[in-house]
Design a protein around this ligand. Structure first.
Ligand SMILES: [Fe+2]
Length: 230
């Protein structure tokens, strides 16, 4: 399986706090059957500490290869500051240097404003992957907007924890709907600490029950292959 969203780089955002914690997360990922993990630190108007991000990423990369887990670098880019800083910066924060970019709607954001930013990102030739819309109030209030995003050319990433109910019933219901209607493109751990990969594996089995094995394979592996150049 390929996990396209995690905060596994220690000491750079609200994810892993130490190398020790990162190593435990990597073990858990491996035990859950994850072959590739995308490290996607939060990117706001700047990476909190760019040098540290790349330095710590390299440490994680080396440790992961000892464990037999492949690590790729991406970012989770918040939409609004991106517009203020200039959309060009988006091109330097894509997934594994492909045209795919993982973007996050600010919680309680204006949909129309975010949509304009997304349109600009697409005009630059990039393909936005919208992170966990099922957790954002705008989409909880109006689920049809997720389909609207999809129809405008965005891809949709759902959190494994939303499938299992970890983020509450509202997120679970939206997640179930967008999985059942096959609007979702990826399921990811969004792991911030240990314990997330149990949910990741559990969500695979739940989704197989809600839909079918073929679609589950697409969500957890096949659709993500283009992000690692397979
Ligand atoms: Fe995240």
């Amino acid at each position: 399986m390929i996990d396209i969203h995690s905060h596994i780089v220690f000491g750079v955002d609200d994810g892993s706090e130490s190398l020790e914690e990162t190593l435990k997360m990597l073990e858990e990922a491996k035990n859950a059957g994850v072959e590739t993990v995308f490290a996607t630190p939060h990117f706001m108007d700047h990476v909190l500490n760019p040098d540290k991000t790349f330095d710590n990423f390299r440490v994680v990369l080396n440790k992961a290869s000892e464990l037999g887990v492949d690590i790729k670098l991406g970012f989770e880019v918040v939409l609004h500051p991106l517009l203020l800083r200039g959309i060009e910066i988006a091109k330097r924060h894509t997934m594994n240097k492909t045209e795919y970019i993982l973007v996050e709607f600010p919680f309680n954001s204006s949909f129309e404003f975010s949509k304009r930013v997304l349109a600009q990102i697409r005009q630059k030739g990039l393909i936005p992957i919208v992170a966990h819309p099922e957790r954002i109030e705008t989409f909880i209030k109006k689920r049809g907007l997720i389909r609207e995003l999809k129809e405008s050319g965005c891809l949709i990433q759902v959190n494994a924890g939303s499938i299992t109910g970890y983020y509450g019933e509202k997120a679970r219901l939206i997640a179930r709907k967008i999985v059942e209607e096959k609007t979702a493109d990826f399921i990811a751990s969004d792991a911030h600490k240990t314990g997330y990969y149990n949910r990741y594996l559990e969500s695979y089995h739940i989704i197989t029950g809600w839909t079918d094995e073929d679609y589950a394979q697409r969500l957890f592996k096949i659709n993500a292959r283009k992000l690692i150049g397979i």
